[in-house]
Design a protein around this ligand. Sequence first.
Ligand code: ZN
Length: 383
Amino acid sequence: MSGSPHASFGPVALGVSAALCDGELVAGDVLVQDGRVVAVGAEPPPGGGSGIAVPGFLDLHINGLVGVDFLSTDEDGYARASAALARTGVTGYLPTFITSPLEDYAGALEVAAHAQAAGAEHGARVLGVHLEGPYLSPRWPGAHDPHQLRTPDVDEALGLCELGPVTMVTLAPELDGALELVSALTARGVVVSCGHSDADAAVAVAAFDRGARAITHLWNAHRRWAPRDPGIGGLALVRPDVTVQAIVDHVHLAPETAYGAFLAAGSRFSLVTDAMEAAGQGDGVFRLGRREVEVQGARVALADGSLAGSVLTMDQAVRNLVGLGASFAEAVWAATGAPAQLLGDPELGVLRAGAPANVTVLDEELQVVRTLVAGAEAFVAAA
Ligand code: ZN
């Protein structure tokens, strides 16, 4: 940490040439004070400034990175992960737990609660936990241990939510009791995303009508789109109230598959990394929960070849989406506004006067050069 913009000396200017505010590029500098943005379009610095300020990126699906596995790490691990995430432009995230034995959740949720309480101290903030499972389809387990998958049980699930800051749950809505669970979680304010699911269109409609609001990693580990059954993926693409989350690493989805989903979903298209502890570590053998996975280049897989998370970073996902044909503003929205709307927090994913100073500064190649979390300097690229 290189020190925070200090409140008592008045606003601090970021020295940028422009800011992306509500999808519009606003020329001029950005001023920050007391953890908040106090002005955009301010008097440019001498020489015009450099870089474009955008809202800080959000990642709602990340299992780990830089050797940290959120299910098994401690508070120091979260500190390292939060610092590493800030280097990729991420200012808020949901540590994501894959399906695990029930007894593994309590400790992991307690550590996550402590990490959340640390706020912006180490970099990106923990916004809550995403439980991916254990109520998933045995037909589409992906990298989840099939022996640990469970039948939905409202009391059991609400019990898990009592153990820590559960913000999102991925479940398969076609399982017995799953629709009741969608209602119960939604009533509690937990975001329900459908995934690892064999749901057909009719079940998908029922789940979304009950309050499920997203699909988890579109086209990975769920029922396929068939001519007369669009399945849960097809439904998610056309429902105006459903957020489409996708891993745009060009490994989980062919580039054209990802771009097609983006074109269909528009502002509902939300980038996630689904990164795991190997992200930022190079090739080798790593853990995902209790499972062993092998990393080669951009590919992470179990011994049987199933994809098992990614080594994607959010800034790379944004660059990938621009490379496919999205505009700069659209790609940034997919990493900021879209996930923020899913979480329903109006203070997230925005860059405007009065908003919390969660700001990422990008250069012309869309590389992250600086990240502020709640006004605190979390990353500055070496000059
Ligand atoms: Zn998954």
